[in-house]
Design a protein around this ligand. Sequence first.
Ligand code: PLP
Length: 388
Amino acid sequence: MHRVYLDNNATTPLLPEVFEAMRPYFGESFGNASSIHHHGQETRAAVENARESVAKLLGCAAAEVIFTSGGTEGDNLAIAGLVNSGDHVITSSIEHHAVLHAAKHLEEMGCQVTVLPVDGRCLIDPRDVRRALRPKTKLVSIMMANNETGVVQPVEEIGKIAAEAGVLFHTDAVQAAGKVPIDVKKIGCHALTISGHKLHGPQGTGVLYLKKGTELRPLFYGGRHERSRRAGTENVPGIVGLGKAAELATAALVRGDDKKMASMRDRLQRGILAQVEEAGVNGDAAARVPNTTNIRFDHVEGESLVIALDLRGLAVSTGAACSSGAIEPSHVLIAMGLRAEQARASIRFSLGKQTREEDINFGLSVVLETVRRLRELSPRYKKQAVST
Ligand code: PLP
């Protein structure tokens, strides 16, 4: 069966060059990077090389790169590691659960948390950040790009507000890395999270950038790995893969591959809007990362659409989460002001480095046909169509 994968915000396929770079570290180059003999020196050099590549992608010094097990760990490390009981933290309603649930845990530990709203464009107003500041505010954590809509937040403005107030700023850049340029100095952040598997690197790898001089309480206690900021023997093959993925992402941004991706994404979106009635884009009134579009197909159940598309070979997703047996609409779309049924009718399409023009053609034809068929079967849609 012909299959097309348009769910790259969930995870991206490992690029062949990344796999090749990792291969020796599963075999002959197996040393513990902390060992002082030849085997250890070989893997230590590979880890430090990867650290340089990530530092280039983020515009920071290599010593400011902490390797982690992924985006979830990076977010937790920043949030739990930068605040103390009694501190106040500002975050937003559209963060990934890795941030929102970590913030909830902080509340249970005696912190105060303010969760800022977004507008209908999925944008946080930096003035709301300023208004939320309190004498005890220690940290602002606002994501760089949203995973469901792709909307890019005004992180530089937020960074300035945090700097003026003398508070720390963390940004979850998991969905921004490799898609838009990142420069931690321009953003003015103290901490920034990325995840390997969202930029064609391996799953279970990630980085927390931590600005030099920023004090951090580690999540794990153990050896002095990663300058005592993240104990545990380094995942050398994973780190090497993430380094290679970062190197390829930097080169792709320099080449301008993001513009090609945006043009394919826009063609998919235009094609759908031109041919499907009662469809709309969530979040297209703001700047977005080039690979994502979130489309609402009124009178269609998103979960049913995802399954029907999968049966025809197209992989996409909804932002809905299954909680206690019920399908909860996406918290991001609800925060933007969508009604529950509109949020449930929304689908995320996300392109990757391996997406081709013919994949867009395939996606378009399958979506048009499947939405038409599902609506024909929907009593709600028929009733509505007759009454209008
Ligand atoms: N933050 C955002 C914005 C994400 O999209 C994700 C994953 O979907 C994460 C954090 C968690 O990353 P990981 O899967 O590497 O734990």
